[in-house]
Design a protein around this ligand. Sequence first.
Ligand SMILES: Cc1ncc(COP(=O)(O)O)c(C=O)c1O
Length: 364
Amino acid sequence: MIKFVDLKQQYNSIRDEVRKAIDGVLESTSYILGQQLSDFENEFARFCNAKHCIGLNTGTSALHLALLAKGIGKGDEVLTTPNTFFATCEAISYTGATPKFADIDEDTYNMDAEKLKKAITPKTKAIIPVDLYGQPADMSEILEIARKNNLSVIEDACQAHGAEHHKKKVPIADIGCFSFYPAKNLGAYGEGGAIVTNDKESDELIRAYRDHGQIKKHVHKHIGYNYRLEELQAAVLRVKLKHLDEWIEMRRKNAKIYDEMLEDCDVARPVERNYNKHVYHLYVIRAKQRQKLMEHLNSKGVQTAIHYPTPIHLQEAYSFLGHERGSFPVAEKCVDEIISLPMYPELKQEEIELVAKSIKEFTK
Ligand SMILES: Cc1ncc(COP(=O)(O)O)c(C=O)c1O
């Protein structure tokens, strides 16, 4: 069986380091807002070449607080992509703002900057581009559009730790959100998330918001949340962060093998823009007979997945927005054809070859 993701292999490779780190937290009996968290925040900010990192309990909370830090609320519209994990949109709703969508680019599956331009209205206050599957969105163009229209940009980099755009690490926007959900390229052993920003004011506000609005003990300047990243998770993340560059290179090497082996197959391979560095959180192809291909792969012992089968505008929870099939045709077409193939750093060349060979067999 070739698993879609295999976290056990990664755990085996860092078992001693990670157990020592967890033990250290248990011995310290400091579980919340301690040294592990502040060390992780410094280290992850440095990894992103940014000034500040605020550790949070989830990527969803990161999106929520980033929107609040930019003053988004009721009456505002926030533009995002219909082809993303549900949480991107949900966070907009948490603030009372209304989510709006711009269709995607068929090659990268990321927000199409031209469509974005057309979707801006007088009520638009912010944009959330998503660096989907590990490839940065068209951030230079999006930031330029935002600048001309006086809009905030909150980058959803939840799938893209370490990705680059024009040789700069994400987030490219001055505020970006990460998830450390276990299967992410940098994953905790439970929930985790962070905001990375160069903006001092946002940093201070988010630090207060994540801890019940406190600016110091028992001084609650705001009504905030309990969105703190735990010491145990920060300690795990510190161990894993040391390996992240190597794991990214392993993912890229695996993607290259897939690319080469699938070259003459009737499937669309991922398109990595020449100004981007894709970190292949997911390796997503497109095939016309998606369901049958997935069944064929399954019969060969290859696990696959779909990220994501329903675009957000067609989810029942957002039916109140009034979108119908046909509203965002590119996203709708892509979600019917995409398949995520097995992808993780430790995947072996023979396994990738077997997956690719099985795809070839089917498409012939
Ligand atoms: C694009 C995207 N945005 C937001 C999230 C939410 O992150 P979390 O699951 O940590 O809340 C995720 C991860 O699941 C994601 O992939």
